[in-house]
Design a protein. Structure first.
Length: 562
């Protein structure tokens, strides 16, 4: 309410009574309409949301962030739909300002956004900006103080909108220059009557009825001077990015239907009031995982293939088992094999792993017999195996567990129990005659014991299989063994064979199919595992590494028992 209107009410007590009654009536009406007010939250924390209880429509007035500091630029910062705060950014250092202290000169804003000037010494002349004091000087505290004139002295308060200025003392004894305000009333209730204190000119800007609500047509009633709200129609925005087709109804912006955010690859779209449409990884949008692989949703929306590590798999047939490698199930064991050569083992039901075993009449041999034949599920007949190795320095015999045994009979130089003609390291004791790479040089004197190297060239030592370990703790159980190994690197490698060293220096392959390599494309190293059925602690197990063309790179081992 402007000063002229306040003056009019003070001079007419009956108008004050009427105004009080009208205000009470409006409050009563507003309270009744308040129940019809909708939620006025426009999701903009930099507006002050309220409901006009007279009309049931929302108002969204800008938040006031003015800190009354001439050295800051004030604004409201929106952090999210629930929080917004005032920001007071310092203006450029050196910007002129006024610290309202007459005892400072060259007032300017500093880097911290404070108005500071250069202080004057005590006794210096100054201006305390009070027309009712004279002889102003700076005191010891740095404040400008003057000698007060007598009350009633004519003065000039510097305000062109006042008249009859005289010096007057307050009840506290403070003297100041006061005048009567100029009457700028134009008789129009829909204007704001004001006077420019620097020029004394009256101005009458229109009353602002803008409520910040796009769904109301705001106007001033010239009869009462009050603001009126007329409902508008048409599209609008309720401030929520997760609604579409918002429209005006009853003077308020009502939300339309929900916004549908599409998917991008395996990124599922959803709408958040603070950000709008966002994309989040959703593995369910990728292809289903398999026994030896799974898919992971990446941040770019691509479903990345991820192979599983060393774990048991069946490849869709419970009658067989293998290990996962490179995203595939590498079958290693036929679970229907009862290790009896005189039975035909058949998988009756791959879904349950049920097996059948029927007797056959196939040839069968043991380590020390040949030409044996199966009958009633048992290997029968046969003739003794010929164990003659054609080496004069050995005594040849057959062991039921080991097969052919060739015992040295001649003296040897290194005293390892093997005669020199039969010793692959005649100058170095090596009773086991281990020749892993079978290049004619025993491991004890071979510069590359795992790489065939008849010329003993050091440059031939390249790829190798290491850390070969046999354990009885097989996940398959049933007396099986669990063989693991690592590779140093794999260049032009096709795969591996698990072999058993026979007493005569030959090898028996245990894996029905080549164990494929997993890093032969990258050239890096890898870890492998293989299940040994019916493992016996007396076996000497080795791992052979083969090239892409099938050539043997080397035979590595033996495996250490765990």
């Amino acid at each position: 309410m402007t000063a002229p209107r306040q003056s009019l009410l003070r001079s007419c007590p009956w108008l004050t009574l009427v105004a009080t009654i009208l205000a009470s009536a409006l409050m009563t009406i507003g309270s009744a309409a308040a129940a019809d007010c909708p939620s006025c939250n426009d999701l903009n924390p930099c507006t002050v949301d309220s409901c006009d209880t007279a009309t049931g429509t929302c108002r969204h007035d800008p938040k006031n962030c003015d800190d009354a500091n001439p050295c800051t630029t004030d604004s409201c910062f929106i952090q999210d739909p629930l929080s917004g705060f005032c920001v007071h950014a310092p203006v450029s250092a050196g910007t002129p300002c006024d610290d309202r202290n007459g005892c400072t000169l060259n007032d300017a804003c500093d880097a911290a956004g404070q108005c500071r000037g250069t202080g004057q010494p005590a006794g210096a002349s100054c201006d305390d900006r009070n027309a009712c004091t004279v002889d102003d000087i700076c005191g010891a505290t740095g404040q400008c103080v003057g000698r007060a004139l007598a009350p009633g002295t004519v003065c000039d308060d510097g305000n062109a909108c006042s008249e009859g200025d005289t010096c007057m003392a307050s009840p506290a004894g403070v003297i100041s220059c006061l005048g009567s305000p100029r009457n700028c009333a134009d008789g129009d209730l829909c204007t704001q009557d004001s006077c420019d204190p620097s020029t004394g000119q009256c101005s009458h800007p229109p009353v602002s009825c803008e409520d910040g609500n796009a769904c109301t047509i705001d106007a001033c009633d010239p009869v009462t001077g009050s603001c009126t709200r007329t409902s508008a129609t048409g599209p609008c925005s309720d401030g929520n990015p997760c609604t579409i087709d918002d429209s005006c109804s009853g003077g308020n912006c009502l939300p339309g239907g929900p916004r549908v955010c599409g998917n991008a690859g395996c990124l599922r779209g959803s709408c958040r009031p603070d950000r709008g449409c966002v994309l989040s990884p959703d593995p369910s949008l990728c292809p289903p995982s398999g026994e030896c692989y799974s898919y992971v949703c990446a941040s770019n929306g691509a479903c990345n293939f991820g192979p599983s590590g060393n774990q048991l798999c069946h490849g869709g047939n419970l009658c067989q088992v293998g290990m996962c490698g490179g995203g595939h199930c590498n079958i290693q064991i036929n679970l229907c094999n009862d290790q009896n050569p005189c039975t035909d083992d058949v998988c009756a039901d791959p879904a349950t792993g049920a097996c059948t075993h029927s007797n056959n009449t196939a040839p069968c041999n043991s380590l020390c017999t040949e030409q044996a034949t199966c009958s009633d599920g048992v290997c029968q007949g046969g003739v003794p195996r010929n164990c003659d190795d054609g080496i004069a320095c050995t005594t040849d015999s057959c062991n039921a567990s080991l097969g052919c045994v060739h015992t040295p009979t001649s003296p040897d130089t290194d005293g390892d129990g093997l005669p020199d003609p039969c010793d692959n390291c005649p100058g170095v004791p090596n009773a086991n005659q281990m020749d892993t790479d079978q290049d004619g040089f025993g491991d004890a004197c071979d510069i590359c014991p795992t790489i065939p190297n008849p010329a003993q060239n050091p440059d031939a030592c390249t790829e190798a299989v290491t850390d070969i370990v046999i354990s009885r703790n097989s996940p398959l159980g049933k007396g099986s063994g669990y063989l693991t190994w690592n590779t140093s690197f794999e260049n032009y490698v096709s795969g591996f064979n698990v072999v058993e060293l026979n007493h005569d220096g030959t090898y028996t392959r245990l894996n029905p199919a080549l164990v494929p390599c997993s890093e032969c494309i990258t050239g890096g190293g890898a870890s492998y595992a293989y299940i040994i059925p019916k493992h016996k602690s007396g076996r000497d197990l080795f791992v052979q590494m083969l090239r892409g063309n099938g050539d043997l790179i080397g035979t590595f081992g033996p495996a250490t028992k765990q």
